[in-house]
Design a binder for this molecule. Sequence first.
Ligand SMILES: Cc1ncc(COP(=O)(O)O)c(C=O)c1O
Length: 406
Amino acid sequence: MTAIIPEDFSFAQRLPALPPLGAAQAASQANSIPLSFGAPHSDTFPYEALKEAAVEAILSQGRNALQYAGAGGPSSLLQWVANRSARRSIHVDASHVLLTYGSQQAIDYVARALLNPGDHVWLEAPTYFGAVSTFRTAEAVLTSFPIDADGLLVDEVEQALEQAAKNGRPIPKFIYVMPNFHNPGGVTLSLERRKQLAALAYQYNFFILEDDAYTELSFEGDPLPSLYSFAPLRVIHLSTFSKIVAPGIRLGWAIAAPDVIARINVFFQGSKASVFSQEIVAQLLQSFPFEEHLERSISLYRNNRDAMVAALAHYLGDDVSYNVPKGGFFIWLTFPEHIDTSKFVADANASGVSFIDGKQFFVRPEGHRHARLSFSYCNEEDIVRGVELFAKAYYTYIKNNKNGLA
Ligand SMILES: Cc1ncc(COP(=O)(O)O)c(C=O)c1O
């Protein structure tokens, strides 16, 4: 028999042609200090407690812990999420909560439930590339609005909505926002802007996709009320166990009105987010001093942030500016206008540090003067050394290109 070699295959056009970024780069940058990774520090994983919880999940639930999940998940876990959300002024029962395979899956399912190809999604500039890739796959038309130290410029969004309504142009199906400790911006949306945006959602009848992955990792006090609390019929609130337990567990959640949850739920096609993970986390939260664990994690991240801020001051001084984040994982650097940070990514890598250049966080060709450094994954010593190497790569680029852009 002659072997038939198939011709080139035509893969789906809508797949975004994106390079792997952030944690997805782990393998390719094994020898660098990874200031590019937005991953949690593995010392924060409740390793021993998770081991016990995994055994307990099997002992207490038997083989059911290993089955497909027909129902919505262990009621104690749904209830924990509902109770915990009261800290963000979200007062709901378990019927408003859907557990997902990380919040990334929730972003995907929300996009599928809300969007037809060609629908409009508005988002922040900069924004989280994982979400952008999902919205592109859904064939959405993306429009971005700038952020400042208080988060999204809601006044600009309001003007654009007014114009769109006046001129018969499309209103977005939803606006994707990260209200707390923004990725990559590090900033938090002010209370006033939250109320303003929520009011606009009702007025113009769009959803807000509130991606609140980092809210528990606040270095200074309690979180502001969520966007959900101001517009519960038009906000889908997302959060995750990835940053407060471990991302390998792959558990996140969506909170929304029950009819919206039902719409998203259809995509599970009979099997829910991992039953075993759900049972383990349900066990963990029953017996485990969660507040102490969280305090320890916060303290580690606060120390890491302080180490990065001190190193930036030492190695780059006034040559770079940034807002000191009050929580989360990221510092967003702004260089002078003529700098293009993508021009020294490769050199930085070769000298032993990785970072993500600003352009990767925008849906339009902009962001060249920015860079994202993550202080979550590395220890303090590596953070300081990483910033030193980053600064060296920057000054070498400046020297070789005289003034920057080249
Ligand atoms: C803003 C934001 N949303 C969502 C996610 C996805 O998190 P997960 O799917 O692990 O819950 C991340 C991960 O880095 C993130 O930074």
